[in-house]
Design a protein around this ligand. Sequence first.
Ligand SMILES: Nc1ncnc2c1ncn2[C@@H]1O[C@H](COP(=O)(O)OP(=O)(O)OP(=O)(O)O)[C@@H](O)[C@H]1O
Ligand SMILES: [Mg+2]
Length: 244
Amino acid sequence: MTVLSVEGLSKTFDMHVLGDTQVVGLDDVSFDVREGEFLAVVGESGSGKSSLLKCLYRTYDPTAGRVRYRGGDGEIDLASCGDRTVMNLRADAIGYAAQFLDEIPRVPAADVVARPLIEGGQPVARARERARELLSALRVPEELWDAYPATFSGGERQRVNLAQALAPKPGLLLLDEPTSALDPETRRAAIDLLDSYLGDSTTVVGVFHNSGVVEAVADRVVVLDDGQVRAVVPAAEYDGGGLG
Ligand SMILES: Nc1ncnc2c1ncn2[C@@H]1O[C@H](COP(=O)(O)OP(=O)(O)OP(=O)(O)O)[C@@H](O)[C@H]1O
Ligand SMILES: [Mg+2]
């Protein structure tokens, strides 16, 4: 079953500071993702990988195109659905780990993790409980749970991001280079947690730079180039960027 159909997705940025020029982030991107599939998104720096995930999570409003998501009940166009629907999906269906943790001043790590749940209407106590459970599983030292991520190391921030993404027990998980700053041992713990956590029906769209990780985890690979889809290939045929 197809869970996600991305159809003609485009994102242009109006750069008012640059005399109203436009920067193209995504240009007419289309692909499908099947239920339970692990789809890797690769491509050079600036090719649009993060913009793609942000459009799927609706951190960015796409300029054009549709994102048909078949979640629990019925089909929703993630590109155009209302903000309330977006909030609800973030609380119980779609998880997102950003490439860089957005600085939210004076919000403790546990609350960063619990935030999508609380904003989607889950009880605060239960959301915090869930946050602590995940921070513990990802080996974030307990004394940091109530501290501000602004002072955290890159790897600690990445684990806060990953915990936030896993918090809603998502059917669709969007990961933007979730393990790039982790040392091998912590990366292994994070990937093990992902493995143990991901059910057969969890669908993942993940951006990865490391082709070893792509080979280890992905079913198919979408290659982006300059905002466009260059190729969609089975992971076994992906040769780590030598596609052109
Ligand atoms: N908020 C924004 N405003 C203006 N331009 C943006 C914005 N976000 C992304 N872009 C531009 O869109 C293009 C794609 O950026 P994006 O961050 O999606 O690339 P990426 O493939 O994730 O790169 P990297 O591997 O370095 O993370 C770049 O030219 C970038 O400058
Ligand atoms: Mg990026």
